[in-house]
Design a protein around this ligand. Structure first.
Ligand code: F6R
Length: 586
């Protein structure tokens, strides 16, 4: 998983490429590089962040790359771009070339010399192998040999054109006036243009100063539609917040409002199914678990939830199920593989994603988009909250269509949902209070999150946020499970964050709070009820809501707790170690 960029026009390619790459650093940041043509082909690439690059050349056409290592360690020689033996062709690649070992063997036997351990380098040599004076033709011939997933951009020393292709890795083109852009994701070039063309699998593009042409991989011309993206550049930048993650936490009321507005304007809901299978990874998996509680409660249809990486090992049981695949990036390899499998089994498949035209949209029958805007912080926040809103809305809508709830109840539930952005707005006012509480948490070695019912997945999500950005060991448990093992881990001063909504879990949660308190835990209650103060060491009093909607205010509280804890510890919040925003490897 990596980010690629390309530019051809009248500006300084060095500046455009570096600025664009910085906006893609969330896709990987273990090495970076750029190649620029200015009569000759110049390449600079280095291990580490983009800021490590020392580029002492410039021109007006070039390509760039930011890497998250898959084949070959993060080292200078494994950084992109890669060049051919003659130093005339440079390529950048995002994805995996599955047949690279065979291709490399063949190319070596024809005299090609390789300098890296990567799968990607074969692409530069393959183009060289087919080059007989026509770069475009050589590019088409070369890509026919590739198996696997790829978004590739290539340039030639003697040509003023960028050739690019997409298959199962994202690629978008930005259209300018006498200039054109290419990137793995829209924010890369948003400061220059908001006119965007999204490539589909198997499509090739040719970019020059004055045109963007599109083809099939067989070379047949195709027409593509230009889309206008209404995100502002500020949407894609930090807007004065210390970190993208904090900015994105504070954008949640708007993200919720936009998502609800978009869902309410949608007409296409009717679909038949007896049960639902939901599949996702990480935070999106937690959204699926919230969805299970809500759908079973409101729609009264059984729901099974699977980690995408596990779903593929499941026996092929054909059932009257609809498959829902949740992925904010739309690029997670495991979730895409699971969607393919479900389709083969004949399921009706629905994708929930935040990225228009992302890969998952090619593999499902129907797509529900969350409207969270670009999320740059690696830790998912606003995409999670809009995923759960989408699942609530789905449950209510389907329950009405199936006559499971009365028209009156339907309107009450929708009204409650419309209040969610406001409830989240009020929760954000607790920021300073949560910041103070984080001081204590930042000194802990372990933190436990407990809850029951629809808030159990929120406890899991709170623990995931805590561990991924603060690096403090954190676990989420169904509170009733403590006595079956985890209670042995509770000792003097260990923080336990207990979610205590005023619903049917209330009294049982208080019993669990007493259990851990009696063993010396430092208990932080998260509850709308002032009464809870009597049982805990400190209370984070969240706004009162309909109890079924309490996950919204609770998750925002836990996101802020994780954020401030990580900030106090001086962590790289937007780019936690070993992680990347979209995980396109299985
Ligand atoms: C954690 C996080 C990850 C993602 C997971 C799936 O904050 O963001 O756990 O949720 O990698 O990603 P998507 O939703 O893009 O499929």
């Amino acid at each position: 998983m990596c980010g690629i960029v390309g530019y051809v026009g009248f500006r300084s390619a060095r500046e455009v490429l570096i600025r664009s790459l910085k906006r893609l650093e969330y896709r990987g940041y273990d090495s970076a590089g750029i190649a620029i043509v200015n009569g000759q082909l110049n390449v600079e690439k280095k291990k580490g962040y983009i800021s490590n690059l020392k580029v002492d050349f410039d021109g007006t056409i070039g390509i760039g790359h930011t890497r998250w290592a898959t084949h070959g360690n993060p080292e200078d020689r494994n950084a992109h771009p890669f060049v051919d033996c003659r130093g005339e062709i440079a390529i950048v690649h995002n994805g995996i070339i599955e047949n690279y070992a065979r291709l490399k063997g063949e190319l070596i036997s024809r005299g090609h010399e390789f300098k890296s351990d990567t799968d990607s380098e074969v692409i530069a040599h393959l183009i060289e192998e087919h080059y007989k004076g026509d770069f475009k033709e050589a590019f088409f011939k070369a890509i026919k040999n590739l198996e696997g997933s790829f978004a590739i951009a290539a340039i030639h020393k003697k040509e003023r054109r960028i050739m690019a292709v997409k298959k199962e890795s994202p690629l978008v083109v930005g259209i300018g006036d006498h200039e054109n852009f290419l990137a793995s994701d829209i924010p890369a070039f948003l400061e220059y243009t908001n006119r965007v063309i999204v490539l589909k699998d198997g499509e090739v593009c040719e970019l020059t100063d004055d045109f963007a042409r599109f083809y099939t991989m067989e070379g047949k011309s195709i027409r593509k539609r230009v889309e206008y993206v209404n995100w502002s550049v500020e949407d894609a930048e930090k807007s004065g917040y210390e970190h993208f993650m904090l900015k994105e936490i504070f954008e949640q009321p708007k993200a919720l409002y936009d998502t609800l507005t978009s869902l309410e304007s949608r007409n296409e809901w009717q679909v038949d199914f007896g049960r639902i299978t939901m599949v996702a990874c990480g935070t999106s998996y937690h959204a699926a678990l919230v969805g299970k509680y809500v759908i079973e409660e409101i729609l009264q249809v059984p729901v099974d939830v699977y980690y995408a990486s596990e779903y593929r090992h499941r026996p092929e049981i054909v059932e009257d199920s609809m498959g829902i695949f949740i992925t904010q990036s739309g690029e997670t390899a495991d979730t895409i593989a699971a969607a393919k499998k479900a389709k083969e089994l004949g399921y009706f498949t629905l994708g929930i994603t935040n990225v228009v035209g992302s890969s998952i949209t090619n593999y499902v029958d129907r797509v529900l988009y969350t409207s969270a805007g670009p999320e740059i912080g690696v830790a998912a926040t606003k995409t999670f909250i809009t995923q759960i809103l989408t699942l609530y809305y789905f449950a209510i809508k389907m329950a009405r269509i199936r006559g499971r709830i009365s028209t009156r109840k339907y309107h009450v539930l929708r009204e409650n949902l419309r209040r969610v952005p406001h409830d989240v707005e009020r929760t954000l006012k607790m920021n300073e209070r949560i910041m103070k509480e984080s001081e204590k948490i930042s000194r802990a070695r372990d933190v436990f999150f407990i809850a029951r019912g629809v808030n159990y997945p929120i406890a899991l999500e709170g623990a995931l946020k805590m561990k991924e950005i603060s690096y403090i060991h954190a676990e989420g448990y169904p509170a009733g499970e403590l006595k079956h093992g985890p209670l042995a881990l509770i000792s003097q001063g260990v923080p336990v964050i207990a979610l205590v909504p005023e619903d049917k879990t209330y009294s049982k949660m208080l019993s669990n709070v007493k259990e851990v308190s009696a063993r010396g835990a430092y208990v932080v209650g998260v509850s709308p009820s002032k009464d809870v103060e009597k049982y805990v060491d400190t209370l984070l009093k969240v706004p009162e809501t309909d109890p079924l909607l309490s996950p919204f205010v609770n998750v925002v509280t836990l996101q802020l707790l994780a954020y401030h804890t990580a900030r106090i510890l001086g962590r790289e919040i937007d780019k936690p170690r070993n992680l990347a925003k979209s995980v396109t490897v299985e």
